[in-house]
Design a protein around this ligand. Structure first.
Ligand SMILES: [Zn+2]
Length: 357
């Protein structure tokens, strides 16, 4: 049974389209839309007025005033509810304050979650998250900008290198940043896109909710080398020889880790550790940098997976797996990386994997 709501409100992001002079289509997806037929001028005005400004009783009184049969109006409201066209609770944008920039995020979260209240809560939760990006480069900085623009409240970068001309990228570092510390230039890039006062933080990396590893050739878990909390969730993001590789997302103790992936690679190629060590030691050369298109794809795909993790809507696709994308087919491929028996990183009786929420 669908519970009634005191203030009937058509989801404001659904378009209202006239199929003919007496047939109103609400939304474009049959799974979350409705078609109302036999709509005369009075009914049309009444339907447009389902904006949460009136209680259910006032809505029915308005239907009568518009010349509609009340029983028919009740039936229309019931049909709209069953079609998922009406909100289960009002959207409150007032609590966003001066962060109107985030309205598209709120709309998307509200549409994805069962309740507008949950959408607002998820957006607020994003604002409390602290993400550390290891690598203020052509992928890491645009990724940080995407996360800040999506409402992630605290960001910090790890990078000791100065900006080169080839580091400039769409949504990231600029040509004017050449010679400056990458971290300083990255912070400026974030301020260009985010109105959140706390978008940048000086908090210690070990206090992060998630570390994103955007360094080239991320083939080893660098968290222990940095003395960072091995319980910190981390995600590997790279473009390797023209292929975007996102993942795995490691939830320490609960999902397979980067060492598991290395052990699987070594099973297939015993010389892999020697090759990998040379990859890690390779100089950070301009010819290894991703193209603008691949860097943007990597940043966007990584941001989508990170937000899925933060919002807790479901288990991200990159848990115990990588998502890979490359020309010429541009098809998204998912490769699984299960826990390796020789690693021992996953507790024998792991609790069910749940997103961060
Ligand atoms: Zn492992």
């Amino acid at each position: 049974m669908v519970a009634s709501h005191p203030r009937p409100t058509i989801k404001p992001w659904l378009p209202k389209l006239w199929r003919d002079p007496e047939t109103l289509q609400i939304g474009i997806d049959p799974a979350g839309g409705a078609v109302v037929s036999g709509v005369d001028a009075g009914a049309a005005s009444w339907l447009v007025g389902l904006d949460g400004s009136r209680s259910e009783a006032e809505t029915l009184a308005a239907a009568a005033a518009a010349g509609l049969d009340v029983a028919n109006a009740v039936g229309i409201l019931s049909g709209l509810r069953q079609s998922g066209v009406l909100l289960s609770a009002p959207v409150d944008v007032d609590d966003l304050g001066d962060t109107g920039q985030l309205l598209p995020e709120l709309v998307n979260l509200t549409a994805a979650l069962t309740s507008p209240l949950h959408g607002s809560q998820a957006l607020t939760a994003r604002g409390r998250q602290h993400i550390v990006i290891d690598g203020a480069n052509r992928i890491g900085v645009p990724l940080g900008a995407l996360l800040a623009a999506s409402g992630v409240g605290r960001l910090s970068f790890l990078d000791a290198q100065p900006v080169r001309r080839c580091d400039a990228g769409v949504g990231g570092l600029s040509l004017d940043d050449e010679g400056e510390p990458r971290v300083t230039a990255a912070q400026r890039a974030i301020r260009r896109i985010s109105a959140l006062e706390q978008a940048l933080t000086q908090a210690a990396p070990h206090e992060a909710d998630l570390v994103v590893l955007c360094q080239p050739w991320t083939v080893h878990d660098p968290l222990q080398a940095r003395g960072m909390n091995e319980r910190t969730a981390h995600l590997a993001v790279a473009v390797c020889q023209g292929t975007v590789v996102i993942g795995p997302l490691v939830l320490p103790g609960r999902t397979s880790c980067l060492r598991c992936a290395e052990l699987h690679r070594t099973d297939r190629d015993p010389r892999w550790p020697a090759v990998a060590a040379q990859l890690v030691a390779a100089p950070n050369r301009a010819m290894h940098e991703p193209t603008s298109v691949l860097a943007s794809l990597a940043a966007a795909l990584a941001a989508a997976q990170i937000l899925d993790h933060l919002d807790g809507i479901g288990v991200p696709e990159v848990v115990e797996a990588t998502l890979e994308l490359c020309p010429p087919d541009w098809q998204l491929h998912r490769r699984t990386w299960p826990a390796h028996a020789d690693c021992g990183c996953v507790e024998p009786v792991a609790e069910p994997i749940r997103a961060a929420g």
